[in-house]
Design a protein around this ligand. Structure first.
Ligand SMILES: Nc1ncnc2c1ncn2[C@@H]1O[C@H](COP(=O)(O)OP(=O)(O)OP(=O)(O)O)[C@@H](O)[C@H]1O
Ligand SMILES: [Mg+2]
Length: 220
């Protein structure tokens, strides 16, 4: 049998142990809450980073889609131009008119890329600057000449003073002349705008004077 003092000491010890275990439990509980808070914070930061990544990837995809001529391989030039015009009309409400050949035969693929890029840039200018009600994309094509015209009935501009404003028209001219073509802008303030690109072609749609072998264009 234990003595009374022994029993007292024992219950004091037991009290201390239960105090300690209570403190331990509280500390564990507090630690658990802290970790949960931290995980929530981390989760929110990870979600933010993922959302940012998604936006970056989306932007990148759009840029690549604009840069890549894959769309030409997949759709063919005529359908790709039609799509661009439809997109512009849908997004801006500007009425579109298209005059496109059924078929472009074996048109040199570099020329196709320049024509497609030019359509993209000219239509983006129509959307950004023209305030037009109507635009027209016209492509004429025969064995000796290809001409692209993008025309709008908007506010127009003075081509000389607009030279330094952006890179779009400059790039368009550079790409056309690099392949032996030419570009011409007809525009006046208040009188609409017409951008025209012309390539002289040899037989069957190859560029003149390049001596480049013909490459088969994808079906339109
Ligand atoms: N269809 C248009 N109608 C009215 N103004 C135009 C039209 N196209 C071009 N412009 C004028 O010519 C300027 C130069 O056009 P450009 O495409 O070279 O540059 P940008 O569109 O301003 O910029 P970027 O093409 O580099 O994004 C434009 O800023 C605008 O003032
Ligand atoms: Mg532009």
């Amino acid at each position: 049998m234990r003595s009374k003092t022994g029993a007292k000491a024992h219950s004091a010890e037991a009290g201390e142990v239960s105090d300690l275990s209570r403190q331990l439990l509280q500390a564990q509980e507090e630690e658990r809450r802290r970790i949960t808070r931290e995980l929530h914070g981390q989760k929110a930061r990870i979600q933010e980073s993922l959302a940012l990544l998604d936006r970056t990837i989306d932007g990148l995809r759009r840029t690549i889609a604009r840069l890549s001529p894959r769309v030409l391989e997949e759709l063919g030039l005529i359908t790709a131009i039609r799509k661009q015009a439809q997109l512009l009309a849908r997004h801006t409400g500007i009425h579109s008119q298209l005059e496109l050949p059924e078929d472009i035969g074996e048109l040199d693929s570099d020329v196709q890329v320049v024509v497609y890029r030019s359509v993209q840039e000219a239509l983006s200018n129509v959307a950004k600057h023209s305030h037009a009600s109507n635009f027209k994309v016209k492509l004429t094509f025969n064995s000796s000449k290809l001409a692209l015209e993008v025309e709008d009935d908007g506010i127009g501009f003075s081509p000389r003073t607009a030279q330094d404003r952006g890179f779009g028209l400059k790039g368009m001219r550079e790409r056309a002349t690099a392949l032996g073509g030419s570009m011409n802008i007809r525009s006046n303030p208040g009188k609409g705008t017409r951008v025209r690109i012309v390539f002289q072609l040899e037989d069957h749609g190859s560029r003149s004077g390049t001596g480049k072998p013909l490459r088969r264009a994808s079906a339109a």
